[in-house]
Write a protein that binds this ligand. Structure first.
Ligand SMILES: [Zn+2]
Length: 305
């Protein structure tokens, strides 16, 4: 390493050190955590990917070569019930806390009524059983970073591309045990020009997410072949939409009933699961890490496989 490069490295390390202080999760612009602690699970890993606001019929209509190839090695469902209160904070909370709004308490895009202390998030539950797990959240939406806690690494980005780039860097530099990524672009295009399988701009936004997924899956394929890691990759959405919105649409199939894809290493052939609820994803992810669901957690979902 040239002297100039070493100086740059030291300078950047200093900046990173400065920005790693912690604050209140519920303040705007959540604290940034930058510890890339090495994962403690040598083999099994979990990657959760949230694509915000992707309708099932639009996902099927969009050009998504990566999803298409992933399905061959996946369990999947095209009518996953994400419950009532069809906005993002309740939706992601249902997935990442494994309980319905009646328990986590969130029915709109604020956090004031949360019961997160009683119904903890996936990282908190996992660390109760395996305290040394390394966990990370990467998002370009502030609020997504307020849904979970105890991350070793948590970062907000300005674009989906940055989320993707940093996720790949993180996998290659410390391979966290559980990662949650949030991609916001499809929802933004839905609000802008319509959540519809006939809106090409919306479909194109989904295709961009698919291209990012492709790069992430290439990284996973490399790691699985080089280091024998086994990544369960769970991809889903928080809601669909109709027109240019999705709030208060729990009675609309295209908004409430979404999709979920669970790519499991070693699977040969797609397996459609007839009934899936968003609350089933958390226990299934923990089960992959050999973390049995505790009765005291009072979760609403079940392990899917
Ligand atoms: Zn939205």
């Amino acid at each position: 390493m040239a002297v100039k490069k070493i100086k740059l490295f030291l300078f950047l390390s200093f900046i990173v050190g400065l920005s790693s202080s912690c604050g209140d999760k519920f303040q705007p612009k959540k604290e940034i955590r930058t510890d890339c602690v090495l994962g403690s699970e040598p083999i099994r890993k979990v990657l959760f990917i949230g694509w915000d606001g992707v309708r099932t019929d639009a996902l099927i209509a969009a050009q998504t070569p990566c999803i298409d190839s992933l399905l061959i090695h996946s369990y999947y469902n095209w009518s996953t019930d994400r419950g009532e209160h069809t906005v993002s904070v309740p939706g992601w909370s249902t997935i990442l806390h494994g309980v319905w709004p009646a328990k986590h308490g969130l029915t709109n895009n604020t956090f004031s009524s949360n019961n997160y202390k009683t119904y903890a998030d996936i990282f908190t539950l996992a660390k109760q059983v395996k305290p040394n797990l390394s966990v990370a959240t990467l998002s370009n939406w502030d609020d997504f970073l307020r849904i979970t806690e105890l991350e070793n690494y948590a970062q907000r980005f300005d674009t989906d591309r940055d989320v993707k780039d940093d996720a790949i860097r993180l996998m290659n530099s410390c391979s966290p045990d559980i990662m949650a990524l949030h991609f916001d672009n499809p929802d933004a295009f839905g609000h802008d020009s319509g959540f519809s399988p006939t809106n090409q701009a919306y479909l194109d936004a989904i295709s961009v997410s698919d291209a990012y997924l492709s790069e992430i899956m290439m990284t996973i394929a490399q790691r699985e072949s080089l280091y024998n890691e086994e990544w369960l990759v769970v991809i889903s959405t928080d809601h669909g939409g109709e027109g240019t919105g999705h709030g208060n649409q729990y009675d609309l199939t295209q908004t409430r009933y979404v999709w979920s894809i669970l790519r499991k290493p070693g699977m040969n052939g797609p397996v459609q699961i007839p009934i899936v609820n968003s609350v089933d994803l958390l226990p299934t992810m923990l089960n992959w890490l050999n973390i049995p669901v505790q009765a005291s957690w009072n979760l609403d979902g079940t392990v899917l496989f």
